[in-house]
Design a protein around this ligand. Structure first.
Ligand SMILES: CC(C)(COP(=O)(O)OP(=O)(O)OC[C@H]1O[C@@H](n2cnc3c(N)ncnc32)[C@H](O)[C@@H]1OP(=O)(O)O)[C@@H](O)C(=O)NCCC(=O)NCCS
Length: 226
């Protein structure tokens, strides 16, 4: 049986002190971030935790909804894989709607929503992921000069999707439930459920098999198809 608690020793002291420090920071920053969310009119679920302070910007009239028990990591110390910016969650048009499910994790994640972004439950975003449903700027230089906005198209991300570090998800894309997207990928076209996809642009490299209905019942993890 694995031991759940470490004994304090010279070997374990740095780790234990770091855990305590991070817990303290998280408790304080969660309170501040929840006030920030309230100030920006964000519908925040219960028990979300904030490690470092995110940036929220909700345009009047638009909606940002976050489910219960989500984690937002915005500080460098909050994720050892290397968070290099805070989480930035914003809506860019009055008609925008951003819905985030429960039990999701975000590390230095940027979500910029001009149309509609729907993120399912238990979605994990690795360090420095960007999800945006708009080009932000128009393609034609005359439109940019005239101040017309870029194109926008909804994004839907299914339950239990895992986006690796530095993934970018662009406008008009659907990612099926349980799909894994490899580090550094750029998702420009929709991806089916339950696959591993990677590359620029991201393409399916492997299908996954779901063991959750197998008689063993012990392993509900998604596994590679043989
Ligand atoms: C997606 C991932 C989990 C797949 O791992 P895997 O199943 O062991 O995949 P493999 O290493 O066997 O690679 C299979 C093929 O996909 C390619 N591939 C894998 N990841 C890739 C990526 N991120 N970008 C481009 N191609 C990739 C490999 O080059 C290989 O191609 P080949 O068959 O032509 O040689 C892994 O590649 C990955 O990206 N891990 C990082 C996850 C991460 O970001 N973690 C931090 C979270 S904060």
């Amino acid at each position: 049986m694995t031991r759940r608690f470490r004994r304090l020793s010279r070997d374990s002291a740095p780790h234990l002190l770091d855990c305590l420090l991070n817990l303290g920071r998280c408790l304080i920053q969660t309170r501040i971030a929840r006030v920030m969310a309230w100030w920006w009119g964000i519908e925040m679920g219960q028990r979300s935790a904030f490690y470092g302070l995110p940036l929220f910007r909700r345009l009047p009239g638009s909606r940002i909804q976050v489910g219960d028990n989500c984690q937002f990591r915005s500080s460098r110390w909050s994720n050892l894989v290397g968070v290099n910016r805070p989480c930035i969650i914003s809506t860019l048009r009055e008609t925008a709607a951003l819905d985030i499910g429960k039990d999701c994790g975000f590390s230095g994640t940027i979500i910029g929503c001009a149309s509609r972004i729907s993120i399912g439950d238990r979605v994990m975003c690795g360090a420095n992921v960007t999800i945006t449903d708009t080009d932000w700027h128009a393609i034609d230089w005359r439109d940019r000069l005239a101040g017309r906005p870029g194109e926008a198209a909804p994004i839907v991300i299914g339950d239990d999707v895992w986006l690796g570090m530095n993934v970018t998800v662009l406008k008009g894309v659907e990612i099926g439930s349980r799909t894994v997207v490899g580090a550094g990928s750029i998702v420009t076209r929709s991806l089916p459920a339950q696959v591993i996809a990677a590359g620029q642009p991201a393409v399916v490299i492997r299908k996954l098999r779901d063991y959750e209905n197998l008689a063993t019942g012990a392993n509900s993890a998604v596994q590679e198809c043989k």
